[in-house]
Design a protein around this ligand. Structure first.
Ligand code: NAD
Length: 461
């Protein structure tokens, strides 16, 4: 293996303190690792699915064995509240269970025609060597959505964790290897954007990216002529509509959590709320009261709800949205400013009287900040929900099931929620409309996406 000369500095976003430095990749080590994965993949494909599943079952057990220290590592390097780190790890175990249960059916060769000596079959053949460039906000979730099904289906994986979740990425690699996944079948690549860019230049058979639209668009441009499978899971500006008939307290409490969980740094955070005018004031007041009960502080404490903002530059994005909203007449009800360091901290922020001229209602905030807009009827709400370049998730709160169906079927979003929000299920496909990306993960489709369906035409005579 190439000796690595570069180092990546890992800083705790809650304190600004140096955690450690780790050796980083460069273009030549990335190329060497890609060659190792290429050489190792054919043998991994020959390993029976039952044995590949056994490796992932052992990995699952190791995640549970080390859960507390893995949660602490994730909290230390991302600033995520420790309880939410534990939730993520427990959630990953549930997703692994889904993949283990569904892999055989999703990849079984299907006979789709058999008449007169002619048989037609569809075989699911792994792509080969896949690259996974990942985000930091849920490093176990978004990484696991790719590497678990990719490995189960017989692919080798070149995995680049975000530079803001590097230690977690290295822990993932350590546990996969301890579980029996060969070292050259799952290879971590360490570094920031330039290491991701170097990975794009390698001979790979699929690229699975999770991150911002800005990076996704660059990757899409770079990969265009390569003609390999490209999946981009990008940002969102996820709306929810609270109908006049909704239970105000339930909706406000649920949506306060949906907007503020993980300090708003979720791709499916609630980012826009539309409330019917007849319940608007009551909803806003209950929402603000609920947010005030969420404790900000040391992310290592069990009682903390709001941890730090992982990336320092996001503080300026949030300030920019606050200033823009204030200048355009929004009413600031809570927060609206950075909190003193050390570390990256932002006060939970709530605006009322917002509209779509404001950045806050148009561009991804990715922080603990929300605008609540008044609407006069369902049509106005649907039009506003669809007035976005993004389309990851959308929801409605109402006791009226038929109205919920009617409204949600008109909304352009990959996932829709009735009386719930900020929810991901391994049993359902995860995808987006518009600038939220292309391709999908999770569900049985999210297993098959790591394969190419090969068509067999078989005449027996
Ligand atoms: P980012 O785009 O800044 O970085 C994502 C990854 O891309 C990192 O590993 C980074 O090192 C790498 N990268 C940067 N420049 C690159 C380049 N030129 N070539 C190749 N790789 C490069 O995003 P982020 O800040 O890590 O994540 C936050 C974003 O991710 C938000 O927009 C969020 O909504 C989105 N996200 C989406 C989903 C989803 O499922 N749709 C899930 C989680 C996060």
């Amino acid at each position: 293996m190439t000796t690595l000369a570069l180092a990546l500095t890992i800083v705790n976003p809650a304190t600004g303190a140096l955690i450690t430095e780790v050796p980083a990749d460069d273009a030549s080590s990335v190329a060497a690792k890609a060659a190792l994965a290429r050489a190792a993949q054919p043998a991994w494909l020959q390993v029976p699915l039952s044995e590949r599943k056994a490796c992932i079952e052992r990995f699952r057990a190791l995640v549970l064995r080390d859960l507390e220290s893995l949660a602490r590592t994730m909290t230390q390097e991302t600033g995520k509240a420790i309880g939410q780190s534990r939730n993520e790890l427990n959630g990953v175990v549930g997703r692994i269970d889904f993949f283990l249960g569904a892999a055989a059916d999703a990849t079984r060769t299907q006979t789709v025609f058999n008449e007169g000596g002619m048989q037609e079959q569809i075989e699911q053949v792994p792509l080969g060597v896949v690259a996974n460039i990942s985000a930091w906000n849920y490093p176990w979730f978004v990484g696991g959505n790719v590497f678990v099904p990719a490995l189960l289906t017989g692919n080798a994986v070149l995995y680049k964790p975000s530079e803001f979740a590097t230690l977690t990425g290295l822990e993932i690699a350590r546990l996969l290897h301890e579980a029996g996944i060969p070292k050259d079948v799952f290879i971590p690549l360490i570094g920031a954007g330039e290491v991701g860019a170097a990975l794009l230049a390698q001979r790979i058979d699929g690229l699975f990216f999770t991150g911002s639209y800005a990076t996704g668009a660059k990757i899409s441009q770079a990969m265009g002529p390569r003609l390999i499978k490209l999946q981009l899971e990008l940002g969102g500006k996820d709306p929810t509509y609270v109908r006049a008939d909704a239970n105000v307290a339930n909706a406000a409490e649920s949506l306060a959590d949906g907007a503020m969980y993980n300090a708003g740094q979720s791709c499916c955070s609630v980012e826009r709320i539309y409330v019917h005018e007849s319940i608007y004031d009551a909803f806003v007041s209950h929402f603000v009261d609920t947010v005030k009960t969420f404790k900000i502080g040391d992310p290592m404490l069990d009682t903390t709800y709001f941890g730090a903002i992982t990336r320092a530059p996001q503080l300026d994005v949030l300030d920019g949205q606050v200033e823009d909203a204030k200048a355009k007449g929004a009413t600031l009800l809570l927060g609206g400013h950075q909190l003193p360091g050390p570390g990256n901290w932002y006060a939970p922020t709530v605006f009322s009287n917002v509209n779509h001229s404001m950045e806050l209602m148009r561009e991804e905030s990715f922080g603990p900040i929300i605008g609540i807009q008044k609407v006069s009827d369902d049509d106005e709400a649907v039009n506003l929900m669809n007035d976005s370049r993004y389309g990851l998730t959308a929801g409605v709160y109402t006791p009226d099931e038929s109205m919920a169906y009617a409204i949600l079927s008109r909304v352009n979003a990959g996932s829709v929620y009735w009386n719930c929000c900020d929810r991901v299920s391994p049993r359902l496909p995860w995808s987006g409309y518009g600038d939220s990306g292309v391709g999908l993960t999770l569900s049985s489709y999210g297993i098959q996406t790591f394969c190419r369906p090969k068509a067999w035409h078989l005449r027996s005579v």
